[in-house]
Design a protein around this ligand. Structure first.
Ligand code: CP
Length: 309
């Protein structure tokens, strides 16, 4: 059983807790391959997704996770909510709490918003991505995809290339993967690489080849134009030429390496189309793993709530 009310990030989640989530998620992933995707594990519970930023994968998979497990589920997008009338995050959270909500999944452009909310509500808060801070369920689903391929995370070499500076996915993966004993190699233009990343456990490389050499997993990250004011690289075509991953570069990885990307992908920018659609790509399997991870988390947090609250 998880020993926490909320899932805010992997920085403060232990290796044992991550292992437990992945074990549960492996069971859910098998459940999703079955014909009947309906369970009553969360019957009588309620889930609200509160999204202040756009999403396809995270929001939809949390909503489906709730539905498949029998919970009542409602979505609030900030553009259609009382946030537009000036309501604060805390007032919104306390309102949702008064509706006897069990789980709130929040995505917010401000780093720390889920933590702020979690301290003010009885509901369990799950971080669906907060600014440039963390995206813990994305990293957990990436680890599930890796574990399904390689059976364990310990000892793997994972290369992460792209817009690391603005990426909450990169940070959550760095925390989670290193806690489970993987080595994380990173490569990006200097303008897209935070100086402190080495202190957090990443090995910074001088070239794409160095990062990918002998890698088990190669992860491309989206260029996050919405978090930049421009001027960090000359153009998207030059970015693709000097920093993108193509079939030639993949030859440096291990023969059985897999290619990951959190999505949405800018086709032909961070990964070439032939890599995205190639046999090493597990990008669509990642999406299914995302559903399994979110089902597992809802189940584990529900067990905690039943026992402790
Ligand atoms: N990877 C991810 O978070 O995708 P969405 O923005 O579609 O949720």
């Amino acid at each position: 059983m998880l020993k926490k009310k909320d899932l805010l990030g992997l920085y403060d989640t232990s290796a044992e807790e991550i292992d437990e989530i992945l074990r549960e998620a492996e069971g859910m992933r098998k459940f999703l391959d079955g014909k009947n995707k309906k369970s009553d594990l969360l019957s009588g519970k309620s889930l609200i997704t509160l999204f202040y930023e756009n999403s396809t994968r995270t929001r939809t998979s949390f909503e489906l996770a709730g539905k498949y497990l029998g919970a009542s589920e409602v979505n609030i997008s900030s553009s259609a909510s009382s946030v537009q009338k000036g309501e604060t995050l805390i007032d919104t959270g306390e309102t949702l709490d008064s509706l006897k909500t069990d789980f709130i999944v929040i995505r917010h452009p401000m780093a720390g918003a889920p933590k702020l909310l979690a301290g003010r509500v009885k509901a369990s808060v799950l971080n669906g991505g907060d600014g440039m801070n963390e995206h813990p369920t994305q990293a957990l689903l990436d680890m599930l995809a890796l574990k399904r391929k390689f059976k364990k995370i310990e000892g793997l070499k994972i290369a992460i290339l792209g817009d690391i500076k603005h990426s909450r996915v990169a940070k959550s993966n760095l925390f989670g993967l290193t806690k489970l004993g993987a080595q994380v190699y990173m490569y990006a233009p200097a303008t897209l690489l935070p100086k402190e990343i080495e202190k957090l456990g990443a090995k910074v490389c001088k070239s794409r080849e160095e990062a990918i050499e002998g890698a088990d997993g190669v992860m491309g990250l989206r260029i996050q134009l919405e978090r930049q004011n421009g001027g960090l690289f000359p153009s998207l075509s030059e970015y693709s030429k000097y920093y993108g991953v193509n079939d030639e570069l993949l030859k440096y990885a291990k023969k059985d390496a897999i290619v990951l990307h959190p999505g949405p992908v800018n086709r032909g920018v961070e990964l070439s189309p032939s890599v995205i659609d190639g046999e090493k790509s597990v990008i669509l399997e990642q999406v299914t793993c995302g559903l399994a991870v979110r089902m597992a988390l809802l189940k584990l947090l529900a067990e905690y709530r039943e026992a402790e609250l």
